[in-house]
Design a protein around this ligand. Sequence first.
Ligand code: CO
Length: 134
Amino acid sequence: MIGRLNHVAIATADLDKAARVYRESLGARVSAPTAIPEHGVTVVFVETGNTKIELLQPLGANSPIAKFLEKNPDGGMHHLCFEVDDILSARDALKATGARALGDGEPKIGAHGKPVLFLHPKDFGGTLIEIEQA
Ligand code: CO
């Protein structure tokens, strides 16, 4: 069902430092920071050729990654995002396996302007999974 790995999201409290590591130590192509207030994050996109890394820093008071950084002050992997052809049929197929979607279970428009859903980490080996209609 899942398609390409669209991105790996890494939460960080220090976006400049994280971007520098990818640019200077790893030699990757790294974007300028982009604030996405409606998602409560500032993002730096790292191009790796076969997928993207998204470095996320909390933005504003109710950032969805603030709690994660409280528990993981050094930052770390926050979620994996896989592409799907049809998000509603993917959701229904996942539900049928017992997997839980977060929130009200309805897709929302994600950081790339496409419908996304997040799936409960307890159903995926401790990893938060995002699916995005490609
Ligand atoms: Co994502």
